[in-house]
Design a protein around this ligand. Structure first.
Ligand SMILES: Nc1ncnc2c1ncn2[C@@H]1O[C@H](COP(=O)(O)OP(=O)(O)OP(=O)(O)O)[C@@H](O)[C@H]1O
Length: 314
């Protein structure tokens, strides 16, 4: 990057600037001093186990939940002071569908457009074009209650775009969808990204985060553990390859313990992280049966599990 590039990129107004953000419920701190910045056009992910504080964090962004501490600026405007102007420029897909089940698909779009005081003609035009975008035009007159879960999720996405937002906030946009519906939603989000829209999303699907996010944070217990592009996080925290050995024999455990390797011994399974896949695999597989030894590329899920642990959250 030249000094000129550095100057111009640093002068670009971020879409989101969160500094030392905190949220407490009584004596419990759900979001504990998190800071992050999202520049225009980026897809930014917030990952974390159940209860990590993801939804609480993003609810503060769209003014649903007041902050306990820190500062938050969106489009350079102050939360909560300028929240009305901010809300007019953001689209939100909450975790729950919150559609009106007794109204039609089109009526749901129209009613939502009403919250933004869009002229009637414009809102109808936008509703039609967004329904076509998410492939629901042919269901426009059906009641929401008659739609499948995947269709409802797509409708929630379309509805969040009715005000042509500058920032789209998605809380688990594809949870509960079948692979086809998830891929359809991803494709639409890719198109929105290409059009320059800034997107912030939470997800439990690591493939979704790897596919869509330019950068992400992994949170746990209200704090940020790591931040970066998915590929960089994988490289830094896991390496290129993972070798998994089922039911590792004591001799293999001794061998691995004697090498300068990062590994996790789960008892029934040994997970070895590293690079130099061929050499490593050759050496490890010499100590176990080939069927029980798998070599694969490291993924974001490896990073997630390595950093947040493997215990179930209450
Ligand atoms: N209104 C509330 N009152 C008290 N505690 C709350 C409230 N909302 C959230 N919490 C707590 O804050 C913590 C973080 O919750 P949050 O919903 O932000 O987690 P999350 O990362 O979005 O989890 P999930 O992946 O399950 O959606 C949890 O321990 C939750 O019980």
């Amino acid at each position: 990057m030249t000094s000129m590039d550095a100057r111009s990129s640093s002068s670009i107004q971020p879409i989101i600037e969160a500094k030392h953000l905190r949220k407490s419920f009584g004596s419990f701190t759900a979001v504990d001093d998190i800071s992050f910045t999202v520049p225009p056009g980026e897809c930014f992910g917030i990952l974390g186990p159940n209860g990590a504080g993801k939804t609480t964090a993003i609810r503060m962004l769209y003014g649903f939940s007041p902050m306990t501490g820190g500062t938050l600026r969106i489009f350079g405007l102050d939360v909560p002071k300028d929240i009305r102007s901010i809300k007019a420029r953001i689209g939100v897909c909450q975790q729950e569908n919150n559609l009106d089940p007794d109204l039609t698909v089109f009526q749901n779009m129209e009613i939502f457009a009403g919250y933004f005081n869009l002229p009637r003609m414009l809102s109808r035009e936008r509703a039609e074009s967004l329904l076509s975008f998410i492939a629901l035009s042919n269901r426009r007159n059906d009641k929401v209650i008659e739609l499948s879960g995947g269709m409802m999720r797509r409708l929630v996405l379309a509805r969040a775009l009715i005000n042509s937002p500058d920032l789209l906030i998605l809380d688990e946009p594809t949870t509960g969808l079948d692979p086809q519906s998830r891929h359809q939603v991803w494709q639409r989000l890719e198109e929105l990204k290409k059009s320059g829209l800034t997107i912030l999303l939470t997800t439990h699907y690591m493939d979704e985060a790897s596919w869509l996010c330019d950068r992400l944070i992994i949170m746990d217990h209200g704090r940020i553990l790591v931040e970066g592009p998915p590929a960089e996080l994988i490289r830094t925290h896991v390496g290129h390859d993972v070798i998994e050995v089922a039911e590792p024999a004591p001799a293999l455990l001794d061998f691995v313990a004697g090498m300068n390797l990062e590994y996790e011994n789960l008892g029934h399974r040994l997970i070895i992280y590293g690079n130099n896949r061929d050499v490593l695999y050759h050496e490890i597989s010499a100590h176990c049966s080939h069927e029980g030894c798998i070599l694969r590329m490291a993924t974001l899920e490896d990073v997630f599990l390595k950093l947040t642990g493997r215990e179930l959250r209450e």
